[in-house]
Design a protein around this ligand. Structure first.
Ligand code: SF4
Length: 85
């Protein structure tokens, strides 16, 4: 086995600087939104105005302060009811 191949086999994947930057940025975003991975009473992303595709269990949140992918059971402080009409 060549040395390079051996190195590839034993090296575990590691987060890169860009991952740490994104984690920090998204962490601040989640804190500002008080984003949670579970519903708040009857409120959840899946029944929020800003959840783009309610047929999916993961979808895009188009709230101007977020603009990220979220899960349908998640919740944040900017939840808004979908208007009836
Ligand atoms: S605004 Fe908040 S509750 Fe509504 S979809 Fe986005 S993250 Fe979920």
């Amino acid at each position: 086995m060549s040395e390079n191949l051996y190195d590839e086999v034993i090296q575990a994947p590691e987060p890169q600087p860009v991952d740490e930057e994104l984690a920090t940025k998204l962490g601040h975003l989640a804190e500002d939104a008080i984003l949670r991975g579970k519903p708040y009473q009857d409120e959840k992303c899946g029944n929020c105005l800003y959840y783009l595709d309610t047929d999916k269990d993961v979808s895009y949140c188009w709230h101007p302060q977020l603009r990220i992918l979220v899960g349908d059971e998640w919740w944040c402080q900017w939840w808004e009811e979908i208007p009836a009409s």
